[in-house]
Design a protein around this ligand. Sequence first.
Ligand SMILES: *Cc1c(COP(=O)(O)O)cnc(C)c1O
Length: 382
Amino acid sequence: MEHNQQVHYRAWAEIDLSALAHNVAAVREILPSQTTLMAVVKANAYGHGDAAICRKLWDLGVRWFAVSNLEEALAVRQYCPYGEIFILGYTPPEFAPELARNNIIQGVLSIEHANQLQAYAHQPVRCHIKLDTGMGRIGFRGNSPEECAEKLLPLFSLDRLSIEGIYTHFAAADSPNQDDIAYTDAQESFIIDVYDTLAQRGRKLKHLHFMNSAAAVTRPNPRATLARIGIVMYGLEPNYPVHVPIALKPVMSLHSVVSHVKTVEPGACISYGRTYTAQEPRKIATVTIGYADGYARLLSNRASALVHGVACPIVGRVCMDQLMLDVTDVPAEIQPGDTVTMFGTDGDASITADELAAMYGTIGYEIVCGISKRVPRVTVNG
Ligand SMILES: *Cc1c(COP(=O)(O)O)cnc(C)c1O
């Protein structure tokens, strides 16, 4: 969604580009000098709007961008014509010519994937080899680094693959648990050993990368030439309530407006299923946001939203396009059109996407990615 489009202020996500700049600076501070930040902008920049985010990142000097698929890669290519764009996941091999034509770097996930890319390509496709060192999702596996390196050697004789790097993904880098730390240590040593073995065999690759946000900020490793940074760049915690050791500023906040205010008498029911009944006279405000905007129905009777700087509980079920708040405790007079903050800051009060996520058993990632298409993204402080 373009940020200059007309916004009718029913429900909108504010995207604070100065917060993005703050987070990028904080991550760069902690990254080893050998390691370049690769901005992960998949899924519409985690729901923040890829056009505005990519353009701002480019202005901040970011030159590497990671996405999940070809469609996203082609979008980023428009915003950053000279950027390095890397596809983390599968691209069907028949699109090999499209990859090469747009100078996009593809992850190679298996020997079959490599052979098929080779078969479809007309000119060399730039590639990084994906290793599965313990995530169990995609990539080459091996019982030992030596065995794994051995499996990779035939890839180098495919003349339409230009292999420039090797990468893996950590399964539990966000965990403070000792077992998980040992697991991540093993994943990290494995890929470094594969890299070094390939180098000994005359295949010294330009790029080696394994850190995600959690790893980059808790265990930065100078062997990595790139670090794939997603969630902390958007100002959220990889594993809330565990805090990463850098100060983050959330980039997205979600807002809506009051449409209707009333005082109800004891016994009055609110919303579908009559899950809330007023026990005493209460002042109720209706708000123009609902689950079709990505504000989860699981937050019914659970979360609060901010009105004039006061946290007001949701009463009754969240509907598709509307929800109701108990605003009895707000001292200010409330009128239709007043702003409601679903997450973000209002005066001295704030609610984070991470806190909301914890209320219904998910993660901040899912909240920001789940804000739906009908919610305009409005950039500020660009
Ligand atoms: C999404 C993703 C990342 C970014 O993870 P964050 O926790 O958001 O930093 C890094 N690498 C891969 C392979 C991914 O899929």
